[in-house]
Design a protein around this ligand. Structure first.
Ligand code: TRP
Ligand code: ZN
Length: 482
């Protein structure tokens, strides 16, 4: 894969793509003028440097309404996705990302639309062209057994069924490109949207998603319907749905943030004490990084062994087994500010998620009787075996802002060397300016997207320091810093 592609994909600068020759010719033949009223195909990808086909060009989604019916007994999903989007150009056709499943029908603005599928691209051709600036509704009806996909790094994403002593279920996870396995969409973090998700499951199962639980009703026929609402924008890789015989609880943090947790029964004994710290951690994050960004918090715990990682799904991170390690719980909660509210502009900017969530763990530790961030930083530098995680870590293998390939976006340098970048800024700026900068960063990009360049410019402006050496050595340098 070409890792030298521009760090800012074309759409992010809203550069218009040239009209392909064939389309121009067709437009001529059809008597069209190429004006925004007459459409051309939207791009099939956003040219992300690591996942070039992820997402689609020519429109931006405002809202997804997903209505999903799932039965863990046969693993079949019936879905309707209503996608409200705004055309950014005249569109004769546009793409959605969808992997597997059978598309039963598509309509645009209430009119039946033609569609076809190649690979993970669902191309929709509306009966009438869409005009630039038009807000339009697309409905996709689909069904089938959603797939479990494999990340470039080999871990599972997409739709992941689990068994738990006969009490089965499934969880949907999307980082980096797994969400296309369970709903059609513009699956790139740069296009965030709000969501309403309705999940209907057999009675006895709980169905959990992001945001607020609006209702839980008997849907008849031995089924229960759960309606979830995410008012704030969500990057599609952070959307989740989990179905299982979960034990649910809720409450409020001392500062008043409502939380909702769902725990697989086999994990409940361990998860209870582990999740007891969640309210305190959410409030700690608000004190350090600025107000908790969402209207609700929580966690989902699926049976241990379901996954090889935890994921910071928005407002409700998913853990595979109880998060008995406080650092892990804190990490996923810290992502709510770093990654979820402030989302990466491209998959190259992953250290803005992982380096920051890791540094949050270091900060939590130093304030809760653990080693200081300074001590940990020194231990990493020295390969000191006495500090947790530092020894044997391959933290220096590559510069965090330039992972060598899509396979490496969740490797150690992105986490640890990313955290060390933040510690270097703190060393230069001092605590007061450093924390003001962190809070300002979160406030400025709240519910948006940001790139590495945005961050380096912001950090310098906010601290008033020239940090070029830090960027050169720690963020972009090929050599092991010392
Ligand atoms: N974001 C997860 C965490 O909190 C890790 C992760 C899972 C990940 N899948 C990924 C990171 C894909 C990058 C890409 O650490
Ligand atoms: Zn993380």
């Amino acid at each position: 894969m070409d890792t030298r592609a521009p760090a800012r994909p074309a759409r992010l600068t809203r550069r218009r793509l040239a009209v392909p020759a064939a389309a121009a010719l067709l437009a001529l033949v059809a008597g069209c003028t190429g004006s925004p009223v007459h459409g051309r195909p939207g791009a099939a990808g956003l040219r992300d440097p690591y996942f070039p086909k992820a997402g689609n060009g020519g429109y931006e989604v405002d809202h997804y309404a997903l209505d999903l019916d799932y039965d863990p007994a046969d693993g079949v999903l019936h879905g309707t996705a209503v996608i409200t989007a705004r055309a950014e150009q005249g569109l004769s056709s546009f793409n959605l990302d969808l992997a597997g499943l059978k598309v039963e029908g598509v309509s645009v603005q209430g009119e039946k639309a033609r569609f076809n599928r190649t690979g993970n691209e669902l191309t929709v051709r509306p009966a009438e062209d869409l005009t630039a600036g038009e807000v339009f509704r697309t409905e996709v009806d689909y069904s089938g057994r959603p797939r479990t996909l494999s990340d470039p790094d080999g871990s599972k994403e997409g739709w992941i069924p689990f068994e738990a002593g006969g009490a089965g279920g499934a969880v949907a996870l999307g980082e980096p490109v797994g969400s296309m396995a369970w709903f059609p969409g513009n699956h790139h973090p740069s296009d965030k949207a709000s969501y309403d998700i309705t999940l209907t499951v057999p009675r006895g199962f709980e169905a959990v998603s992001n945001g607020e639980l609006r209702s839980r009703t008997d849907a008849g026929g031995g089924r229960t319907e759960f309606v979830w609402h995410s008012p704030e924008p969500v990057a599609s890789y952070l959307v989740t749905a989990a179905v299982g015989r979960f034990q649910v609880s809720d409450g409020r943090t001392p500062a008043g943030v409502p939380w909702h947790t769902a725990v697989a029964p086999g994990e409940a004994a361990e998860a209870g004490p582990a999740l007891a710290r969640l309210p305190e951690m959410v409030d700690w994050g608000s004190a350090r990084f600025g107000p908790y960004p969402f209207s609700t918090a929580g966690a989902i715990v699926v049976p241990e062994g379901t996954l090889t990682y935890a994921l910071e799904t928005q407002s409700r991170p998913v853990f595979s087994g109880a998060p008995t390690e406080p650092g892990l719980l804190l990490h996923e909660l810290a992502h709510q500010w770093f990654g979820d509210s402030v989302s990466p502009e491209s998959w190259k900017d992953m250290w803005l998620n992982e380096g920051f969530a890791t540094y949050a763990e270091w900060l939590w530790d130093e304030e809760h009787g653990g080693v200081s961030a300074q001590r940990r930083f020194e231990a990493f530098l020295a390969g000191d075996t006495s500090v947790d995680g530092a020894a044997g870590s391959d933290w220096a293998a590559f510069p965090p802002a330039e992972p060598p390939s899509a396979r490496n976006i969740s490797d150690e340098p992105v986490y640890y060397r990313g955290a060390m970048v933040l510690h270097r800024i703190r060393q230069e700026a001092g605590d007061e300016r450093f924390f003001a900068m962190l809070r300002g960063w979160v406030a400025d990009h709240r519910h948006g997207n940001a790139s590495t360049k945005d961050f380096t410019a912001y950090a310098e402006q906010k601290t008033g320091l020239d940090l070029k050496k830090v960027w050169d050595v720690w963020l972009y340098g090929k050599d092991r810093p010392h």
